[in-house]
Design a protein around this ligand. Structure first.
Ligand code: 15L
Length: 277
């Protein structure tokens, strides 16, 4: 890997990932549609809109591998999800393949499986259960990754990222927390593992209280260096109620599966209808 493209480099994870990957590859090409901080040593900074074809072709040119964090990272109206996360991701993969890129790390999300009940252990082999339109777009991205691996021979790692913030705040995020260092390690596994076809792993640290068995990541050599366990007592004693309605509290996706999430009127009507005797 000589030149690695990082899309979404201006987002919450992207800004930290830039620093975590600094000096890992000879050139890191960081791109986003928003203005980025000035380039560090060994970095190129490129302004690009993933919904504009010429921009896509420009950012993938001369690249060996891609970490695709770009796109919408929470629920939005369907038209926006369709344009950015579905059409934009397809076009990025296609442009990458045409430009000779061999590896992609796809930032999937735990919301691809957010409607599984809490307590059910998942290992990535089960069928998807998206908890919102955003989660649905991540299921599309995982299927797209499989298709590009099977059809075009691209090596792809889909990472179902959990809670990648400074620290966990709720019982749910104690299970799904991932440090930026551990997530960077997973990205490197996706870019550097020889003979990778397509695998789905969980973007989580070494958390004791979790619903995910990350055995595929371990098989690929993942050795997480962090754990949410150090915050377990703080979260247990915080007294802060977990956000979400009864459905959200019962499933792994939490607030993303809750009635009020992003004010989806269809969901509100459906929940009302379901709760009638
Ligand atoms: C995600 O996919 C989001 O990008 C992030 O902002 C968090 O909300 C996270 O999921 C979560 O599961 O809470």
């Amino acid at each position: 890997m000589r030149r690695v493209l990082l899309t979404g480099a201006g987002g919450g994870i992207g800004r930290r990932m830039r620093k975590a990957l600094a000096n890992t590859y000879p050139i890191l090409r960081s791109s986003d549609m928003v203005e980025l901080e000035p380039a560090m040593d060994g970095e190129e900074v490129v302004r690009a809109d993933l919904t504009v074809q010429e921009d896509l072709e420009r950012i993938v040119d001369g690249v060996d591998g891609i970490i695709h964090l770009g796109g919408l990272s929470v629920e939005h109206e369907w038209d926006d999800i369709l344009r950015t996360n579905i059409d934009g991701t397809y076009r990025l993969f296609e442009a990458a393949y045409k430009a000779g890129v061999k590896r992609i790390v796809f930032a999937s999300s735990n919301h691809a499986i957010g409607f599984y009940p809490r307590g059910q252990i998942l290992d990535g082999s089960e069928r998807p259960r998206p908890d919102c339109r955003y989660g649905l777009s991540k299921v599309f991205g995982e299927a797209l990754s499989q298709y590009f691996a099977d059809n075009y021979g691209l090596g792809v790692l889909s990472i179902r990222i959990g809670w990648c913030f400074e620290k966990p705040e709720t019982q749910r995020t104690l299970g799904s927390w991932v440090s930026i260092g551990d997530l960077a390690q997973l990205c490197r596994i996706g870019l550097e593992t020889p003979d990778l076809h397509h695998e789905i792993v969980f973007g989580m640290s070494d958390n004791s209280r979790t619903w995910w068995d990350n055995k595929t990541a371990r098989r690929l050599g993942y050795q997480p260096g962090d754990s949410s366990d150090i915050w377990a007592a703080e979260v247990d004693n915080s007294g802060i109620p977990e956000p979400g309605d009864a459905v959200g509290l019962a499933v792994q996706g939490g607030p993303f599966a809750s009635e009020g999430y992003q004010g989806d009127p269809l969901r509100v009507a459906a929940r009302n209808a379901q709760s009638k005797p």
